[in-house]
Structures are given as C-alpha cells and as structure tokens.
Design a protein around this ligand. Structure first.
Ligand code: B12
Ligand code: SF4
Length: 458
C-alpha cells in the first residue's frame, strides 16, 4: 500500500465550479488497489498555498498526482484573464518544494497538449487520456524505484465500459460543490465517434462510445443520493444521446428505480423526438444543453457536424413541447463563415422557439484537431505557433469585430440570447448572489410566457 496525494488544480468558477470528477475516478481506482489516497481540491480548500503545503507535508506522499482540467476558458473575449496553466505550474512547484515524491500529471487539459504542458509545468511524468489503469501500475513501479517513460498513453488500452470504476466522492467536497453549484457530476459513457473538426473530446476519451454498465452507474447514483444527499447530477458524457440509442436503456433503468433525482447533460441535436424525451423526463431530465455549434447549414457543414439546422429546430421543438428548457451553444467565425452566413445564423436563431442561446466568437484552435490543420492551411496561424496560449480560428472571409457587431445587434434583443459569454457570466453571478444554484440559464425560460419563433425572412 502506498500513500498517494492527489491534487485537483482547477480553480475555474465559471460557468460554475465543477466537482473534480477526474480526480475522484483516479482516487477510486487507487483505493480499490489498496492504496491510501488524499484527495486535495485547491479550490474547495480556499486556494490557500499555506494549507496545501501543510497538507502535503503532513501526508508525506510517496507519489503525487496532479489533475489538470482546463487550459483556458475557450472564450476569445477573455484570452489573457482566463489562462490556467501558470497556476498549475505554481502548484507543481509548491509540490516539488515540499515533497520528494515523484509527480504524475494527467487530466483533460493535459491530454489536449501533453508535451508542451509537461515542459511548461516542469513535471517528470504524464498520463495522456484515461488514467485509472495507468496510475495504479505507475504508482507501484515508482514506489519500487523503477524508472518510467516521460509520457504514458491511456488511450492505447482503453478500459471496456464494463470495467470503468466508480468515482470516490468525498463528503467535504460534495458539500462545497452542492453549496456552490447545486449539482454533482457523473459519467455514463466515454468517447465520441463523431468527427467535428474542432473537437478534442474523441482525442481525450477515444473515438467510439464506451457505455458503462447502466445498472452500475444507477447504483452509483443511488449510493450518491443515499450517502451524500446528492439529487442533482450532470452527466459529463461527450454526447448523451448516442445514435445507437443505448442512452435509452440507461434512462429506462434510471426511471425504473424512481430515485427522485434531477439531471442534465450534453445532447446532439439530431434524431431525438418527444417519445425519447418523455422517457428521459421520467428518469429525471430537467434541462437540455444542445451542441448546435453553428448557425447555418453552410457552417454546420464546415464543422462537419453531420446534421442540419432543420434537425436542430426539430429537436428544439420536441423539447419545448415537453417543456424542457434548452440551451444552444453556437460558435461564429468557423470554417466557411461569411457575413452572409452570420446573417443567416441570426435569422435561424430567431426561428428557435423559446430557448436560451449562448454565442461564441471564433473557435479555440487545439492540437490534434482538423481545425488546427485547417488554421495552418488558411494561414490563420503559422505551423510553429504554440497553442499553449489561446489562438482562435476566424474564417478568412470575415473579420472578428464587424462579425461581433452583427451578433451583438441581434442578441441584445432578447435576454435569453447571450453574447459575449461574459455577459451571461455576469448575470449568473448576480443570481448566485441571490442564492440561486444549478445551471441557472434554465431559469431564463418560462413556458407560461412562451415566445413563439420568428418566421424566417425570405
Ligand atoms: C462535462 C464538461 C463540462 C461541463 C461540466 C459539468 C459538471 N458539472 O461537471 C460544463 C459544461 C459545465 C463544462 C464547463 C467548462 N469546461 Co468543460 N468539459 C466537459 C467534458 C465534456 C467532460 C469533463 C469530465 O467531467 N469528464 C469525466 C472525467 C472522469 O474525466 P477526466 O476529468 O478527463 O479524467 C480522466 C482523465 O483525464 C484522467 N485524469 C484526470 N485527472 C488525472 C490525474 C492524474 C494524476 C492522472 C494520471 C490521470 C487523470 O483520468 C480520468 C479517468 O480516466 C470535457 C471534455 C471531455 N470529453 O473530456 C470538457 C472540458 C474539460 N471542458 C473544457 C473547458 C475549457 C470548460 C470551460 C472552461 C468552458 C467555459 N468557458 O465555460 C468550463 C470550465 C468549468 C469549470 N468550472 O471548470 C475543456 C478543457 C480543456 C481546455 N480546452 O482548456 C474540455 C477538455 C473540452 C475542450 N474544449 O477541449 N465542461
Ligand atoms: S462536438 Fe460533440 S459530437 Fe462532435 S466530436 Fe465533439 S463530442 Fe462528438
């Protein structure tokens, strides 16, 4: 048995603080192997360096694991102010200065650009992708004094869904996140087989769906409710509604157990009608986050989304008919965007009934994506441009400022259309100060005072 100190470095509080699920899953795997684990969440512990130093010295770990969730906030309006790697580097330095234990770093942010992050934060070992299997063998090798490669790749032998273990929630952390955000997260599957050109999710979790065993996840949910009083969940799956419909079996199981929980997650706006939504509602679905991503068929095609704006409208209509609040996330400025497609996007948004729309300007270029190659080909960035600092793709056919002005002009017309993203953040902050918790965007929608969509101008 070895002592492993896990540190979640994430201090992002927008759109709300999220439970360090990656760390919890790693902790679960280590504890199951018989190791002694301390889960330290820098945010929940008040971001105090003194407390962290005290904790690491007292625990005297044999191995340290750093969990890195975010690089930045993928919002082109707050590039400098929301870059999180300097903080991660500082925390790694604190750990090195206060313990001789070897440090392993992992997490979604790390997986997106492992080599540059390892160099930047100055840590010896890194795990790309899925970490639970590798962390156990690495801890054992390191404690036995063996040398390891700098980078180990968890994607080479991904766990079958049935072997993915449970997160180890901690009461203190649950209390913090319940208080701050009114919800806790859990995963029902890993991976995504779609090939949207900007997206890192298949790179982080693998390019096929690996559903966990439905009954086992529902057991975890039941246990989380019983032991910790958690009754509001975010399912962190890249896409909840897989086209094969396995999500429906999961929902059946959840509904059958009548746990009295509420949940939300990310959905792909295609092929989901009222019948599916009725089942999901019975299982506790209370709001839908849709990866609409682009405002017109031209730009949906440019992103290789594989659905059309009519698909989006159909899913939205089904949700509204079921009185489920919907938020659409739409990025402008991507491949094939022109001023005409931005204007078409504004008209299409007016056709969306009742829902919240968050708009983003430009698309964060991340390594390993087709967008990265496209950005180089379109001379948006040079091949040698480091992506550690945020760089955004804007179609060569438009310029950011006039495009933003067009979006702003439309978005100011309705309070449930939010642009720039910091606008939404400000509003959420105000609501939080008044004691509201949860997603909060869903409170912008009232089905009683429902606004009908505006007919498309021809
Ligand atoms: C769900 C999700 C959200 C939800 C979270 C809801 C909730 N209550 O949890 C919402 C919509 C709120 C959200 C918000 C944001 N998100 Co988000 N989100 C995700 C998503 C899809 C899943 C994250 C997750 O929980 N996974 C499940 C856990 C179990 O996996 P994991 O943490 O990756 O852990 C595994 C491995 O990484 C590894 N691991 C983890 N830690 C460690 C430690 C060690 C030592 C080792 C060895 C291994 C290891 O092992 C774990 C198990 O296999 C990811 C994309 C993805 N598919 O990964 C983006 C992602 C994490 N988000 C991202 C970002 C940027 C954000 C925001 C900043 C965006 C914004 N402006 O709002 C905010 C930040 C929120 C916050 N407070 O931190 C980025 C982060 C990277 C980057 N580009 O900077 C990602 C990767 C997506 C992307 N664009 O590339 N997000
Ligand atoms: S954007 Fe969504 S559907 Fe597309 S690859 Fe990423 S996770 Fe999959």
């Amino acid at each position: 048995m070895s002592r492993v100190f896990l540190l979640s470095t994430n201090v992002t509080t927008a759109p709300y603080p999220v439970y360090p699920l990656g760390m919890a899953v790693i902790a679960g795997a280590l504890v199951q192997r018989g190791h002694q684990v301390l889960q330290y969440d820098f945010l929940a512990a008040g971001e105090s360096k003194e407390k962290l130093i005290e904790a690491v010295r007292n625990f005297d770990p044999e191995v340290i694991g750093l969990s890195l969730r975010n690089i930045d906030n993928v919002d082109s309006f707050s590039m400098e102010s929301a870059w999180y790697l300097a903080q991660a580097k500082e925390l790694a330095e604190i750990m090195r200065a206060n313990s001789a234990a070897p440090i392993i770093v992992g997490g979604s942010a790390f997986t997106v650009m492992p080599e540059p992050i390892l160099d930047y934060i100055g840590v010896r070992y890194g795990v790309v992708g899925e970490g639970e299997r590798l962390i156990c063998s690495m801890v054992e090798s390191l404690v036995a004094g063996q040398e390891l490669p700098r980078l180990s790749d968890g994607q080479q032998r991904p766990l079958p869904g049935g072997e993915i273990g449970s997160p180890l929630y901690e009461q203190k952390l649950v209390d913090f996140y319940q208080e701050q955000s009114g919800q806790i997260n859990i995963q029902t599957k890993r991976g995504c087989p779609h090939q949207c050109i900007y997206c890192t999710y298949p790179g982080i979790e693998g390019n096929r769906f690996r559903p966990l065993v439905a009954a086992a996840v529902v057991d975890d949910i039941e246990k989380a409710k019983r032991d910790f009083g958690i009754d509001n969940f975010f399912f962190t799956d890249s896409v909840f509604n897989d086209p094969q419909g396995e999500y429906l079996q999961f929902a059946e199981e959840l509904a059958r157990r009548e746990l009295g929980i509420a949940w939300t997650g990310f959905f792909r706006p295609q092929g989901m009608g009222r019948e599916e939504l009725q089942l999901l509602k019975r299982s506790g679905l209370y709001a839908v986050e849709l990866g609409t991503d682009a405002g017109s068929d031209t730009t949906l095609k440019g992103l290789k989304k594989g659905f059309t704006f009519d698909d989006v409208l159909a899913v939205n209509a089904a949700c509204v008919a079921e009185e489920l609040p919907v938020a659409h996330y739409i990025m402008f400025g991507g491949p094939e965007e022109t001023y005409a497609s931005v204007r078409e996007g504004m008209e299409n948004i007016k056709r969306i009934d009742t829902s919240v729309v968050f708009a983003f300007s430009g698309i964060r270029i991340l390594p390993g994506t087709e967008l990265h190659r496209r950005a180089i080909a379109d001379r948006v960035i040079a091949p040698e441009t480091s992506l550690l600092m945020p760089a955004y793709y804007y179609s060569p056919q438009i310029e950011a400022e006039p495009m933003n002005a067009i979006i702003l002009d439309t978005f100011k017309q309705r309070r449930e259309w939010i642009f720039p993203p910091s606008e939404g953040q400000k509003r959420l902050e105000v609501m939080r100060r008044f004691g509201f918790r949860g997603l909060l965007w869903d409170t912008l929608i009232s089905f009683k005072a429902r606004r009908r969509p505006v007919k498309k101008e021809v």
